[in-house]
Design a protein around this ligand. Sequence first.
Ligand SMILES: *[C@@H]1O[C@H](CO)[C@@H](O)[C@H](O)[C@H]1NC(C)=O
Length: 246
Amino acid sequence: MAIFSGLHLLFFSFIITTGAVSVVSGTVFTIQNSCGFTVWPGILTGNGGAQLNDGGFTLNPGASVDVTAPAGWSGRIWGRTGCNFDGSGAGRCLTGDCGNKLRCGGAGGVPPVTLAEFTIGNGGAKDFYDVSLVDGYNVQMGVTTRGGSGDCQNIGCVADLNGRCPNELRVMDGANVVACKSACEAFRKPEYCCTGAFDTPATCPPTDYSRIFKGACPKAYSYAYDDASSTFTCANANYSIVFCPR
Ligand SMILES: *[C@@H]1O[C@H](CO)[C@@H](O)[C@H](O)[C@H]1NC(C)=O
């Protein structure tokens, strides 16, 4: 009897232990900085979930950090540039600022920013992911899958869009172009924002501006209704998010 209870206990502690392990594993985002300058990643969890890594940290040139997201996680990751933070983590960024703080803690980045967006599947279901220029562009970003199954594709906006940014969309810092606004943000017109009479895919076709983004970055959202060539899926994968991929 005593032996039986002992085994019983062992069996249950085995379940508890393996259960805990499967919660701790999850989807790993390896966030890597291949730029020649520091990038301060921002991470925003959507749908009321917990913020990962306090929502932001410093990533020196050549550095990489693993961030683990639980099943069902949904959110966005972006890079901030030209930041100056003091010892307490207060300070501003030239692009992607989330409100004068290193740890965004639930705040999003100010456009224009290149965004990686993820919805991680629950219980082995497919993940949905994309790189979006709908809110503009600030830094080169690539998303690659590791492991996983299905039509897992490497995507992103690897081109230097700041160098190709039309004058009227440029965000300048002195003589340097540091970001490129979307036409929606720059002009606030329904035909660029796909609002009002233009609020369906049929009534909001690409524009000359969105075509510049699409031409530079074919596997990224160039405007709101660019879904067909911009949304990707993969099941049970880990992801690398690389700034300035080579
Ligand atoms: C994802 O990364 C974790 C932690 O390194 C690892 O245990 C798991 O096998 C990886 N999954 C895939 C699909 O590579």
